[in-house]
Write a protein that binds this ligand. Structure first.
Ligand code: HEM
Length: 440
């Protein structure tokens, strides 16, 4: 495949590490739908057409496992669903799937709204708050309540800091891509914080698993359901597997949804006309009360706002795969060992699929202009057998939180400058999002 070549050995890697979103976008627009990235090491391809995405994630999915970079960054998840492979992944996915059944997930709706109302009770008119930090804390509390049936509001600060230390190590915040390649065993400040954070979270999860085993696992939380799950041989999950799945769900299940909401608050702050329409819809549908799961089908504009926000700022901005055998994608040979990059950020801003792709336009989801979109032109939750297991949970949570907050507060942007997206495993707003709170 074509691609940027001829730079000093590590030139492309440097360009990538300085600005991953810009580098990948330029590669796709300049060289086409299959690009050889020209990194040192194994061949690396960028796939930027929906057909190619479908080939990798769906049609040829058995020829791919998770890419080596993500595997290394997510070592903390052990054999959790996100990084597991083969028969072990299939077994775990089957065991976990019922816990994410729609009716099960809907039962968490009330908790989500109640926790949000509690957060809002602490907000004051005229105050300035970093709404990204607020969303991270809130979704962490919600995941702890729905997963473990515990209220961690008192520990949330500490757990949040642990999570940050873990993400900082994997995203190499402030350090270069080369520093990140140093072994984890070196006692750098980042590595030490990472190890402390891991121990702390492990201790927390271990205690909860033991407690739940003792108490008989009959609660309605996710952990109890995972504890009760058995495969066809009547085997349940070991403590180790439970730890890995719990860690995975905490990590995969709170930061992404928080980020989706954070970018949404930014976009609404920057587009007062969209904010006004959302507010009018909430007034019309809810008539002054808090939202419930049953209201969601009628919140059509709110749904379009979330969709559009995740198009422009997909919280999981890329998925990666490694080829375990030779194959062909988009007319190019893909040798075994190739690292495949697929970026939602790049494809969801492609003008071949979205008119005026950089514009925030929720109406495109209701006025018919996105009908006939090829599958995998828009795929914030991935696709194929490894589609996000929490996508129903996440969509419901995002809508409920959006409606609960927007009904009571308007959030004004404090800075005139747009937040900077920081692409690590997820797409955080780098410096948070400062907002002025206006009570309605
Ligand atoms: C997988 C995105 C929320 C749990 C994934 C994948 C994506 C994704 C793109 C596929 C990765 C790949 O194929 O390489 C998101 C986004 C979310 C979100 C954008 C929120 C807006 C959640 C929630 C949970 C969750 C709330 C759990 C409560 C998982 C798990 C996997 C996964 C366990 C691995 C599934 C497997 O490989 O079998 N997510 N996710 N996610 N997600 Fe989510």
């Amino acid at each position: 495949p074509p691609g940027p070549k001829g730079r000093p050995v590590v030139g492309n890697l440097l360009a990538y590490s300085r600005d991953p979103l810009g580098f990948l976008t330029r590669c796709a627009r300049e060289y086409g739908d299959v690009v050889r990235l020209g990194f040192p090491g194994p061949p690396a391809y960028l796939i930027s057409h929906p057909n190619g995405v479908e080939s990798v994630l769906v049609k040829n999915n058995r020829n791919f496992v998770r890419d080596r970079y993500t595997r290394a960054e997510l070592r903390i998840l052990g054999d959790g669903l996100l990084v597991n492979e083969g028969d072990s992944w299939r077994r775990q996915r089957r065991l976990a799937q019922p816990a994410f059944h729609r009716r099960r997930v809907e039962a968490f709706g009330e908790t989500m709204v109640a926790f949000t109302e509690r957060m809002l009770d602490g907000w004051r008119d005229g105050e300035t708050r970093d709404v990204h930090a607020e969303m991270m804390r809130l979704t962490l509390e919600i995941v702890a309540k729905t997963l473990f049936d515990t209220d961690i509001s008192r520990e949330a600060e500490g757990v949040g800091r642990s999570m940050n230390a873990i993400m900082a190590r994997s995203s190499g915040q402030g350090s270069s891509v080369f520093l990140r390649m140093l072994p984890e065993s070196l006692p750098t400040p980042g590595n030490l914080a990472y190890r402390r954070a891991t121990r702390r979270l492990d201790g927390l999860i271990h205690a909860l698993v033991q407690e739940r085993r003792r108490s008989g696992a009959d609660a309605g939380d996710l952990l109890s359901m995972l504890l009760r799950a058995e495969d066809e041989d009547g085997e349940g999950m070991s403590d180790r597997q439970l730890r890995d799945e719990a860690m995975t769900i905490i990590l995969a299940g709170h930061e992404t949804t928080a980020i989706a909401l954070s970018w949404t608050w930014y976009l609404l702050g920057a587009h007062p006309e969209a904010e006004a329409r959302l507010s009018a819809e909430l007034e019309e549908v809810l008539g002054g009360r808090a939202p419930a799961v049953e209201d969601l089908p009628r919140l059509r504009y709110a749904d379009a706002v979330m969709k559009e926000s995740m198009r422009l700022y997909p919280p999981a901005w890329a998925v990666g795969r490694e080829a375990i055998g030779d194959c062909e994608i988009g007319g190019y040979r893909v040798p075994k060992g190739t690292q495949m990059f697929i970026s939602q950020y790049v494809i969801q801003r492609d003008e071949r699929f979205f008119r005026d792709p950089e514009a925030f336009d929720p109406d495109r989801w209701t006025n018919g202009s996105t009908e006939g979109l090829p599958p995998y032109a828009y795929f914030p939750f991935g696709g194929g057998p490894r589609l996000c297991i929490g996508n129903g949970f996440a969509k419901m949570e995002a809508l409920l939180l959006l409606a609960t907050v927007a009904r009571r507060f308007r959030l004004e942007l404090v800075s005139g400058r747009p937040p900077v997206p920081q692409p690590s495993i997820t797409l955080r707003p780098r410096d948070g999002i400062q907002t002025g709170l206006r009570e309605r």
